[in-house]
Design a protein around this ligand. Structure first.
Ligand SMILES: C[S@@+](CC[C@H](N)C(=O)[O-])C[C@H]1O[C@@H](n2cnc3c(N)ncnc32)[C@H](O)[C@@H]1O
Length: 289
């Protein structure tokens, strides 16, 4: 067994094999400079499995009866789940004050609104959107059918989302008025009130899975923030074209503030709204002009 500072050492060949498996399954690209992340995050898993070499782990992951479960277990450990309520307030304000009012107007006849928070981690993003919709619509919400879906590849993250209970760190950017209105303090935790919890459904979804995305039908708004940075250009292109298939003709796509898709797609054009980081179809923008 080769152990360095509590870690089980991963050879370059083992890293190459593992990073290819991860990429093929999820699109997550681990460059060589990130080998230490896989090594440190998975060493603990190897010890739990009483394995002392990454070759054994690779065999376990790719052969035998536990492959699917182990993939899930591995994604639970290697994904970066950093998020918070009201993350990037300026962008959310664009959603609340520009995109949402336009949508409420254009959907006023059937009163249906569908929002997908893709790669939502522990749920803070879709719950934030639920709060913004709740405070915009107030009692008028009873007349509307609002569907918000939060999806992620990590089941562990989704379990937190489904519990609706968060620590102080998760609400670090949440205005106090919102905390008072939508949470109940329980000891050191914040429990989301039922009316907001009930507005959001969660489901495991891998952004590689176009068929599963198709089954969910068409969305009016898609939020996909701070995950494209983990993908290479091919995966980014695939994900953006999948969103183009699943977004309504007048729908809006929001991405993370450090993410760029301009050179990867002709399906979307960025709206000239500072801090918006949001995109619509060129045909729709031409029609509006
Ligand atoms: C940094 S978090 C972003 C959370 C939230 N969207 C935000 O901006 O605060 C990235 C999330 O992407 C998820 N993820 C990574 N690869 C994925 C894939 N192929 N399909 C779905 N989710 C993925 C991770 O599990 C993680 O929860």
């Amino acid at each position: 067994m080769t152990i360095t500072s509590n870690k089980i050492a991963m050879s370059t060949e083992q890293f190459t094999t593992l990073s290819k498996i991860i990429y093929d399954r999820s699109g997550i690209h681990f460059p060589e400079s990130k080998q230490y992340i896989l090594e440190s995050r998975l060493s603990h898993r190897l010890r739990e499995l009483e394995m002392d070499d990454f070759d054994q782990y690779l065999a376990y992951l790719t052969m035998g009866p536990y492959q699917m479960d182990e993939f899930q277990e591995m994604f639970n450990r290697i994904t970066i789940n950093e998020t918070s309520f009201f993350r990037n307030d300026a962008q959310l304000s664009v959603f609340e004050h520009q995109i949402l009012p336009e949508l409420l107007e254009s959907r006023s006849s059937n009163k249906r609104l569908r929002i997908w928070s893709a790669a939502c981690s522990t749920g803070e993003e879709p719950f934030t959107l639920a709060m913004l919709i709740d405070r915009t619509l107030g009692v008028r919400q009873n007349d509307w059918h609002i569907e918000i879906l939060g999806t992620d590849i990590s089941e562990k993250a989704l379990k937190v989302a489904q519990s609706g209970v968060y620590n102080n760190y998760a609400v670090r950017s949440t205005p106090s008025l919102i905390k008072d209105r939508y949470f109940t303090v329980e000891g050191r935790d914040y429990r989301l009130n039922d009316n907001i919890r009930q507005m959001v459904n969660f489901e495991r979804h891998n952004l590689k899975d176009r068929m599963a995305a198709k089954r969910h039908g068409t969305w009016d708004v898609i939020f996909c923030r701070n995950v494209l940075i983990y993908f290479d250009d091919d995966m980014k292109k695939n994900v953006i074209s999948m969103f183009a298939n699943q977004l309504a003709k007048d729908g809006t796509l929001f991405i993370g503030h450090s993410e760029r898709i301009k050179d990867l797609t002709t399906d979307f054009v960025q709206l000239p709204i500072p801090q918006g980081f949001c995109y619509q179809r060129p045909q729709y923008l031409e029609m509006k002009a």
